[in-house]
Write a protein of this length. Structure first.
Lengths: 148, 429
């Protein structure tokens, strides 16, 4: 682990824009009748993100969130969800943490990667949940009432 | 003659046993003035300096709690601990660390399955099928869980030559069978069981397939995908790793379907006054501060064994076992249990020696610096079937060699002499 990404007491990590998204999130709130309604936590520090999204023609028509947590988790949720508006579900499913890093434009220390990743994990889980609705999950062998 | 034989055995193994022994400091010590011959590897093995150094360097340089801290030490400890899971995953060909739960050992892993799976999924009328050759750790949990859940615990018998009776197994697996559990290699008979065939049998009837790998994972290549194993429990200390650590492999969808069985910190995502949400795999099953140091030590043990090659270790043990079986056959009144072909068994030999009790054999061998096990080997049901109370057991590992077997055979001859010696003088009161 190196400290060269810390800058002056980590000042680059807490750049003005990031703090602004944290204090004044553009996408805070919920959506009535959202097809995707899913939340998740980062147990290390208790970050929470609850995502709401309207789905139309296989795309995220609108997306909002409610959350609690550190500046990085909440600001990255706000910045990421702004970026995801209008994107295809299939496209979102393929995204990884690098996309969030690119959006933030800062280098994250290893311990903070999870904070920034939370909102992406939540929306990807939400999409998976949305797509598997109505599909019965097959129980593994030995599970479930009554044997085959 | 001796030296050519030794050279041949080392060549067959694909590694040089003599130079490898230097990695294990304890092997150079003396016991009762004699060079140590350590033949109790089925109970626990010795550790190489590579494992000792990994433990030492963790505690000296990186020690911190994992998965919580934002400070440098915590990140280093977390990385080392996660990486150890990845190493173990690669070792058994699992799909990443999500499928590897660190446990205290095989017993802990098997009990995890009893409480995280059977307690919730087994009900009245269901059947759990084991075998008569199970170690107590893969016998008692199912006997007791069956009682608790009003289910039935049955066992596949063995044939007269010490193999599992596969015809009986086919008859015993029924639509009522929820779980089929079997040891991959018997710690007493040495028998290596047909895991792939047993897995197919279980899956054909919709049963879960659990394997006790305590005596297989340390000694031979194990591939959970090839054998289609659902759950596999094994111990670190039987594979050159520290005590107090082991692993449970589980297919992801099975671990996901299983309930946590120990509750607390580390295993949760969110806790409210009413409800809790479980953490991701594998942490859902690792409540509390995990077994960090020994876990990292297990990763180092896996690195060590991988560097030697599990195929090589298996070949070496077959050659050594073949030699030991040949030499043991020279001794009058000595009976070795289990399959007689070295290829069909693990690197161990449990035996009785005429009417000399196993405890006397073990005691007298110890005086010669030779460490073996005596007793029922935690397989009392099997011992009662074979009608033996106690057997002596010599078990080998990668660092044992033919010269040690020779010393063992010589010592066994001495044991015979102690019991046949005529009293030379009256014992005075």
């Amino acid at each position: 682990v190196t400290n060269d990404d810390l800058g002056e007491l980590g000042a680059d990590l807490y750049v003005e824009e990031l703090i602004d998204h944290y204090k004044n999130p553009r996408n805070a709130g919920d959506l009535k009748g959202a097809e995707i309604d899913h939340d998740g936590d980062n147990p290390t520090c208790g970050d929470m993100v609850h995502a709401y999204a309207k789905v139309k023609d296989g795309k995220l028509e609108d997306i909002k969130f409610r959350g609690k947590g550190c500046a990085i988790s909440q600001a990255s949720a706000d910045i990421l969800y702004e970026d995801l508006k209008g994107k295809k579900l299939d496209e979102v499913k393929k995204l990884n943490i690098q996309h969030v890093q690119d959006l933030l434009g800062i280098k994250l220390r290893p311990a903070r990667v999870k904070c920034a990743d939370l909102s992406l994990i939540v929306i990807k889980e939400g999409i998976r949940e949305f797509e598997s609705q109505g599909k019965q999950k097959k129980a593994p062998p030995g599970f479930g009432k009554g044997s085959s | 003659v001796r030296s050519t034989k030794k050279a041949r055995s080392s060549a067959a193994a694909g590694f040089d046993v003599q130079s490898l022994r230097k990695d294990f400091p304890i092997l150079s010590r003396k016991v009762h003035g004699k060079p140590l011959v350590y033949f109790d590897n089925a109970a626990t093995t010795q550790r190489p300096v590579q494992v000792l150094n990994a433990l030492d360097s963790f505690y000296r340089e990186h020690n911190a709690n994992v998965h919580r801290g934002l400070h440098a030490l915590s990140m280093e400890a977390s990385d080392l601990y996660d990486e150890a899971h990845e190493k173990v995953a690669r070792f058994v060909n699992a799909d990443g660390m999500e499928e590897i739960v660190f446990t205290q050992g095989t017993t802990d892993g098997l009990n995890l399955v009893a409480y995280a799976y059977a307690l919730h999924e087994i009900g009245p009328g269901d059947e759990i099928l084991g075998t008569v050759m199970e170690h107590h750790s893969n016998f008692v949990p199912w006997q007791q869980m069956a009682k608790l859940k009003k289910a039935t615990f049955k066992q596949v018998p063995i044939t007269s030559d010490g193999h599992l009776d596969m015809e009986a197994a086919k008859r015993l697996v029924s639509p009522k069978t929820k779980l089929l559990t079997v040891t991959a290699a018997s710690n007493m008979l040495g028998t290596i069981n047909p895991i792939k065939a047993l897995g197919e049998l279980a899956h054909d009837r919709g049963a879960l397939f659990l394997v006790d790998g305590a005596q297989s994972v340390p000694h031979m290549p194990v591939d959970v995908k090839k054998a289609d194993i659902d759950l596999l429990a094994f111990s670190g200390h039987k594979m050159a790793g520290p005590t107090g650590i082991g692993a449970l492999y589980g297919k992801r969808e099975i671990l996901e379907a299983m309930h946590p069985y120990r509750y607390g910190g580390e295993m949760i995502k969110r806790v409210t006054f009413e409800e809790s949400r479980w953490n991701d795999l594998p942490w859902k099953f690792e409540a509390g501060t995990p077994i960090i140091g020994p876990g990292i030590g297990l990763g180092a043990a896996v690195d060590y064994l991988t560097s030697i090659g599990m195929d090589n270790i298996r070949r070496h043990e077959i050659a050594l076992t073949r030699y030991a079986l040949k030499r043991l056959a020279e001794i009058k009144d000595l009976t070795v249990y289990g399959p007689q072909k070295a290829e069909e068994r693990g690197g161990l030999a449990a035996f009785t020696y005429g009417d000399i009790h196993a405890h006397d054999v073990a005691d007298l061998l110890d005086r010669e610096g030779i460490a073996i096990r005596a007793g029922h080997h935690c397989a009392q049901p099997l011992a009662s079937l074979l009608d033996v109370v106690s057997t002596a057991r010599a078990s080998f590992y990668l660092y044992n060699h033919e010269k040690e077997v020779d010393a063992f055979i010589d010592a066994l001859q001495k044991v015979r002499n102690v019991f046949t010696k005529k009293p030379s003088a009256k014992v005075s009161a």
